[in-house]
Design a protein around this ligand. Structure first.
Ligand SMILES: [Zn+2]
Length: 267
């Protein structure tokens, strides 16, 4: 029986709540130990406070959000717009993977609207890939361990890639039963109310999350609120058929059969 451990790896405080929070809550209900890590501190997310003050405010908010999600909080390892595909960050994230030993990794889409998200995805994929390679050194140093891990990519912002092409999920997770809690977790990021209004034209970040989960729900043609996922290719990670997310969530996870046949459409 594989370890029931899942980690969500987002770029910024509030990304997990937007794209992954419902699934993380359901995994917790299914008996998984869940972990919460944003690679960046959120220090650029304000026009009101300076970087260090914003970093501190957002650290407190992210801790509160992780508590609402019932997930173990891990501090960020860098700052906003500094998530590069870089060796020091890879060594730090690989150490975290070796400590947590997740069998499920939830992270961003490989194609997304901004590079912090894309680079978070790349770092998460390689950090998980390096879990069993003793000659790859982590910071701090952690022993390698080989076991199966399956990676899942969240939907990109706006449900399309950086070139405006629609992205279709390979699986839909019915988050309706945990939607209120997901909402509460996102609301813990109080400082983002004003910032996202100013910077990205979101009239309310809570409504934006609401619209996103309803839209993915509509795409599923079955669920009211949903999160969409695409499973990473198995080479170097797990057996070809491994799908622990679907296994853990049962009927709450609906596979989009058309997706894996290479059809860019629904079911
Ligand atoms: Zn983000």
């Amino acid at each position: 029986m594989p370890n029931k451990v899942a980690i969500a790896i987002g770029a910024h405080p509030d990304d997990i709540e937007f794209y992954m929070g419902g699934t993380l809550l359901l995994l917790k209900q299914a008996g998984y130990q869940t972990h919460y890590l944003n690679l960046a501190s959120g220090n650029c997310g304000s026009v009101e406070y300076n970087g260090p003050t914003t970093r501190s405010i957002r650290n407190t908010e992210a801790r509160a959000a992780a508590k609402v999600l019932g997930a173990q909080f891990h501090p960020s390892i860098t700052d906003d717009l500094e998530i590069m595909y870089r060796l020091d960050l890879l060594r730090a994230l690989a150490a975290k993977i070796r400590e947590v030993k997740p069998t499920i990794v939830l992270t961003h889409s490989p194609q997304d609207y901004m590079e912090d998200h894309t680079n978070t995805c790349r770092l998460a994929v390689t950090a998980a890939f390096a879990r069993g390679m003793p000659n790859f050194k982590t910071t701090p140093s952690r022993p390698a361990a080989d076991y199966e891990v399956t990676l899942y990519h969240a939907m990109p912002h706006g449900l399309c890639d950086g070139l405006r092409r629609r992205v279709i999920p390979g699986a839909f997770v019915n988050t309706t039963s945990v939607h209120k809690t997901k909402h509460l977790a996102l609301a813990a990021h109080k400082s983002q109310q004003g910032w996202l209004d100013v910077s990205q034209g979101l009239n309310c970040y809570l409504l934006a999350m609401e619209d996103l989960s309803l839209e993915v729900g509509r795409m599923s043609k079955r669920f009211k609120h949903a999160e969409g996922w695409r499973r990473h290719l198995y080479f170097g990670f797990c057996s070809p058929d491994a799908d622990p997310l679907s296994q853990a969530l049962g009927k709450k996870c609906m596979i989009n059969k058309a997706y894996e046949r290479g059809l860019n459409c629904l079911r």
